[in-house]
Design a binder for this molecule. Structure first.
Ligand code: SD4
Length: 327
């Protein structure tokens, strides 16, 4: 039985998966176009407020975007980090892939590139992001999101000043029995990462995110970093990540998952091994990796507050997009 084409995406962003699937099947488009279609859908819908404009203000209150597109057949990559003032982050990433010799453009200069490509520069703040930022300031700054998993994390307000990190706090194992100890708001920090395999067996991965709330301006997350936010190789499969990008990018988790599958591991075991590697060093981190191989087998592993991390899949034989919590 044919298990491709296939679309697998992080979180329960079923509309993104559906958009990617329609590009593959109804429109007969490539996996690159499909992942961009799916990520763009999330940028327009502002999936969970954590993809696209108007979410995750930085210390200055500005929303900036990170996105990646990788073609696993040509091994071409296009990405934007900390993109300012341009809504269509994943389309701009595809333009970097298709229309330049480069792989990653960042910040205002990435916006200049986008404007030259015909995109409109606009203010990416929304009432929500402005309110969120004002409340954060008013409350003397709640801990930065990624610090709030440690019980006595330090509070700090921008502009940035160094945090005194107490590593003694970080001694919990990453399993669901510890969920009670973890302060976690799943609406705060999601990223869409999509792996698609088209009718030709070409694998692509795309990601789009507005990064971490109250980040230091200039911070680029894992989502636009090839091998970290996503990786694709049409000989093997693809993988995508979501979670604490500052930690996750230290382990190239998507590249790692693809290389394990190259050596014959199934996608579930591969993602579990990848997450386990990070957990050994950062027992408190939150994050998940999804993966699919070219045979259309798929899986995911997650850590910490995300033991119930959902993901969606569409493939031949499914009437509609399915949401999985555990495989
Ligand atoms: C980041 N990985 O910028 C993103 C955020 C995320 O689920 O995925 N949250 O660190």
């Amino acid at each position: 039985t044919k298990n491709i084409p296939l679309v697998i995406s992080t979180w329960n962003f079923d509309q993104a998966t559906k958009a990617a699937w329609e590009f593959l099947t109804k429109l007969g488009k490539s996996s690159v176009d499909a992942v961009v279609a799916g990520c763009s859908k999330c940028e327009i819908d502002r999936c969970d407020g954590s993809v696209g404009e108007g979410g995750s203000p930085d210390e200055n209150g500005e929303s900036t975007l990170d996105a990646l597109v990788m073609d696993g057949t040509t091994m071409d990559v296009g990405a934007v980090g900390n993109l300012r003032g341009i809504r269509e982050a994943s389309s701009v990433a595809r333009d970097v892939l298709l229309r330049t010799e480069h792989s990653l453009l960042v910040g205002s200069l990435a916006s200049d590139f986008a404007v030259k490509m015909g995109y409109k520069f606009r203010n990416l703040s929304s009432n929500e992001s402005i309110n969120m930022w004002q409340m954060w300031k008013k409350n003397n700054c709640q801990p930065n999101f990624w610090q709030n998993v440690t019980p006595d994390s330090k509070k700090f307000c921008g502009p940035y000043r160094p945090i005194d990190v107490n590593h003694d706090n970080i001694n919990k194992n990453c399993d669901s029995s510890n969920d009670d100890n973890i302060v976690f708001d799943s609406t705060n920090h999601d990223t869409v990462s999509i792996v698609a395999i088209d009718f030709n067996g070409s694998v692509a991965v795309g990601t789009s995110s507005n990064g971490a709330k109250y980040k230091i301006p200039g911070r680029v997350g894992d989502s636009p970093i090839v091998g970290s936010g996503g990786y694709a190789d049409s000989e093997v499969g693809g993988a995508g990540a979501t979670g604490d990008g500052d930690v996750m990018m230290r382990f190239s988790p998507s590249f790692h998952a693809v290389e394990l599958m190259r050596n014959g591991m199934d996608p579930i075991s591969a993602t579990e091994l990848v997450i386990g590697r990070i957990r050994r060093h950062y027992p408190m981190f939150s994050g998940a990796v999804i993966a699919a191989n070219v045979n259309g087998e798929f899986g995911r592993a997650a850590c910490n507050g995300w033991s119930s991390f959902p993901f969606t899949v569409m493939k031949p034989g499914f009437d509609d997009v399915r949401t999985f919590h555990v495989v």
